[in-house]
Design a protein around this ligand. Sequence first.
Ligand SMILES: [Zn+2]
Length: 196
Amino acid sequence: MEKIVRKTLTDQIFDYIQDQIANGNWKRGEKLPSETELAEKLGVSRMSLRAAIQRSNTMGLTETKVGEGTFVKKISMRPFIENLLKSNLLSADNDDINDMRKAAEFRGGKCLSDSMTKGDLRSPITWSCQFGHEFKASPTLVLLGGHWCPECFPMPWNYDEIARGNPFFAQVWYPLHDKDEDNYYDESIFKGFKDM
Ligand SMILES: [Zn+2]
C-alpha cells in the first residue's frame, strides 16, 4: 500500500514558492509580491505565509531584508528533480528502451539504441542530441547524473541555443536567463586561465 503524505498549509505554500522560483516566474534578485498580496492571492493567512517564507529563507532560496521585502536568492533544484520523478523516468518500473526514448525526447534528442536489457541502467547505450551528435552513456548517467551530449556541453557553450531545443536543460537555464538572450562562450574565455 502506498503511503499517504499529508502536507500542511505551510508545506503547500513553501512548494508554491519553490515552484515560482524553479519555473522562472520569480527570478533571482527579484522581489516577491508583498505579504498581503501573496496571502490574498493564495487564500492563506499571513501567519502561514510567514512560516513558509521563513522556511524558504532558512533553505537559502529567499532572503528577507528588513523594511525592503523578500528577494529571490537562488534557484531551487528540488521542484526540478521532483518534476523528473513525477514524469516517472526514474522509477523502477520505467527502465526499458521506451523510457529511454522518452528521456531523450525530453532533452530534444533521440535514443539510438534499438533495445536494452530491462532494468540494466548501468550499461552504456547510444544517444543523439538535438544537433545530431552521437554519444554513449548509461541510463544512470543521463537520468540520474543529469549528463547529456559531451560535444554540446563542454564547448563552445551556447546554452541559449541548447535551451531552445532541450526542455530538460531549459528548466535550469531559464530561471537565470531571458528567452531572447544569446550567450555564446568559446575557448577565448580561457585566456589567462592557468591550470593549478
Ligand atoms: Zn550535441
